[in-house]
Design a protein around this ligand. Structure first.
Ligand code: FNR
Length: 341
């Protein structure tokens, strides 16, 4: 049941598969005879220095993978000197995660029908040293994840919501426990105008997660977000939405460097990270690969996954003739679009 929850996507899982497949269609164009003796992978996101352009995506219910859950993940983020985004739907509270180590942490927010609860969460995140709010906007309802429905997924206690929302939700033939939780609590009426409300209750920068089109990228700039994440929720929400890497460039072009653009979905290799950077991402986020590391070996497993991605990216850069992430340019990749020209 838990493996299905982590690995699965919505409905036909077309988007889930495409997230990985679309990377395979992008070719790297290496440069030769560059001095690549020293490779610098470091970068910054919202002014925070990180050791590599790889962050940890918010993934819920991490205790299902390992009893140390989000604590283990945060410690690995700290050891690897990168940023962890903590899910609202975590199985340790945001306070417990903040107290366990000095990782740079962002807080992922869902907006509830009870706005006061979301406002409280934002306040708690701010008080506990979270550096940004990652507002997930692709989930006015939960996507239909059929494995979770069949398995009658049992949702463990969501520690951030204890005492605030009912936390017992059961599966029925219409949906999983998680779907019941979402439809009972999430505010499906939350829209562009409401970003002003969010901005009015926090001084933290706001990253909007779930942008997939030029049109929405422009709207996000208009309402004044501080960054955006091109994401389709790892293929778990709208099936047949595009692979994120296939729309990254469109969003990057629309944003024109005004705010950082990040991307997640299907990142499994250093070459995937290289391709995303070449198409204009400031950094990538990794969801499932981190959760699998957590399930295999707790903190050590997450650490190993991050190290593997780092080693692979470093090798890719060396073999492509790039000494720093700044040197990775659009001309280092060829996409389907370029081949048609
Ligand atoms: C997620 N994702 C997610 N996103 C979010 O904003 N809040 C959340 O609570 C969750 N929970 C969650 C659980 C699990 C098990 C997965 C796999 C994903 C989506 C996540 O942040 C990210 O967008 C994707 O995981 C990226 O795709 P990959 O790296 O898994 O291919």
């Amino acid at each position: 049941m838990y493996y299905d929850f982590y690995t699965g996507g919505a409905e036909d899982q077309c988007t889930l598969k495409e997230n990985e497949e679309a990377f395979r269609r992008i070719i790297i164009q290496p440069r030769i005879l560059r001095n690549v003796r020293c490779i610098d992978l470091s970068t910054t996101v919202l002014g925070y220095n990180i050791s590599m352009p790889v962050m940890i995506a918010p993934t819920s219910l991490q205790k299902l993978a390992n009893p140390e859950g989000e604590i283990a993940t945060a410690r690995a983020a700290s050891a690897c000197n990168t940023i962890m985004v903590l899910s609202t739907s975590s199985t340790y509270s945001l306070e417990e995660v903040a107290a366990c180590c000095d990782a740079i942490r962002f807080f992922q927010l869902y907006v509830y029908k009870r706005r006061d609860i979301s406002a409280k969460l934002v306040q708690r995140a701010e008080n506990n040293g979270y550096k940004a709010i990652v507002l997930t906007v692709d989930s006015p309802r939960l996507g239909r994840r059929e494995a979770d429905v069949k398995n009658k997924l049992v949702v463990p206690p969501l520690k951030n919501l204890e005492g605030l929302l009912p936390t017992k939700f059961v599966s029925d033939e219409k949906g999983s426990g998680l779907a019941a939780l979402a439809s009972g609590t999430l505010d499906a009426s939350f829209c562009w105008e409401d970003i002003t409300w969010l901005k009015s209750i926090t001084n933290l920068p706001i990253l909007i997660k779930g942008v997939l089109t030029r049109e929405d990228a422009i709207k996000a700039l208009e309402v004044g977000v501080d960054g955006m994440i091109v994401s389709n929720h790892g293929g778990r929400q709208l099936d047949y939405s595009p692979a994120t890497i296939s729309v990254l460039e469109e969003v990057v072009d629309a944003v024109g460097g005004k705010v950082p653009v990040l991307v997640d979905g299907g990142i499994r290799r250093g070459t995937d990270i290289f391709k995303a950077l070449a198409l204009g991402a400031q950094a990538v986020l990794v969801g499932r690969a981190v959760v699998y590391g957590l399930a295999a070996k707790g903190e050590k497993g997450v650490n190993r996954v991050l190290e593997m991605l780092k080693e692979e990216l470093e090798l890719t850069m060396a073999l492509s003739g790039c000494c720093s992430v700044k040197e990775i340019s659009r001309s280092h990749v060829r996409t389907k679009h370029d081949q048609q020209l």
